[in-house]
Write a protein that binds this ligand. Structure first.
Ligand SMILES: [Zn+2]
Length: 284
């Protein structure tokens, strides 16, 4: 399955699902994903199902590199109980960091496409039923000439640097002591850089400049695309709004609080900052 991370899959129309069985299936039951945990850590299903269910709902995932045609199926819990497979149902959140990156990308896509298909069965303009596009991941209303795409919500996530210190914040609902990089949704009409400066200012009162791109990560809770950046402190004192964040603080790179795991882009941003400061001091 490693190849999937390289290229998640070329388009394959959902309209062609009836023409032949899939080479690989992601099974979903009421928003949870069926995984095999017989060997301890969760794995996706064997590619050949012992008995094909009649899915309650299905959507094409695409041609998966090295695998073939992939489908996502919504099935009933009763069907799952009747199969000889030893399967457990886990939520996407429970699978973060437990599935390998390529499998997690696949279940993210499956879960988001199933949800999108369920929520766009009718045209939002005229109310007629939609149908699957033959040319891309879209649901079409032909009379209105409208295409409805699966929603992806771009967000910025940023580590603001000030010499050996970085700006981290925490929300009241998080586990005690956990701090992370600041993040927020990009609003219509904004560039990622504008969103970054606005979000950091709104959440912490800090002005930023020298924005540098780091990496991105799909974060399917429910549909974020996290765009990771480093930014530099350009002025201001910390003032938290008490709504989005309950606290924000400058932390020295050698005296960090509890931070997110390296499977999340926030965890990667913080670790990259620590590595860069460590190298800078060693070579000074
Ligand atoms: Zn319409």
């Amino acid at each position: 399955m490693e190849l999937i991370a390289e290229r998640l899959g070329g388009f394959y129309p959902s309209a062609d699902i009836a023409a032949g069985g899939p080479d690989f299936v992601v099974l979903s039951v009421a928003g949870r994903i069926a995984v095999d945990i017989a060997e301890g850590s969760p794995r996706l299903l064997p590619q050949q199902l012992p008995a094909a269910p009649t899915p309650l709902q299905q959507v094409a995932l695409g041609y998966l590199s090295g695998v073939g045609r992939g489908h996502a199926w919504q099935v009933s819990e009763q069907w799952l109980e009747q199969t000889p497979l030893e399967l457990e149902l886990l939520t996407l959140r429970e699978l973060v960091g437990r599935l390998d990156a390529s499998d997690f990308a696949l279940v993210s896509r499956a879960s988001q496409l199933l949800q999108w298909q369920r929520e766009h069965r009718f045209c939002g303009s005229c109310g007629r039923p939609t149908s699957s596009s033959r040319s891309d991941h879209a649901l079409r209303c032909e009379p209105c000439d409208l295409s409805f795409y699966a929603k992806i919500s771009p967000c910025i996530i940023t580590l603001v640097e000030r010499g050996d210190y970085c700006l981290l914040g925490r929300q009241g609902s998080w586990p005690a002591g956990l701090f992370s990089t600041l993040a927020g949704f990009i609003e219509p009409g904004e560039s990622a850089e504008q969103a970054l400066r606005r979000e950091v200012m709104e959440e912490s009162g800090i002005d930023t400049d020298s924005v540098r791109y780091f990496a991105s990560q799909a974060w399917p809770f429910p549909s974020q695309l996290m765009l990771g950046y480093f930014a530099r402190y350009a002025g201001g004192d910390i003032v938290v709004d008490g709504v989005e964040l309950e606290a924000a603080q400058w932390f020295h790179y050698r005296e960090l609080p509890r931070i997110p795991p390296p499977t999340s882009i926030s965890g990667q941003l913080i670790r990259a900052f620590v590595a860069a400061r460590t190298t800078a001091h060693e070579s000074a």
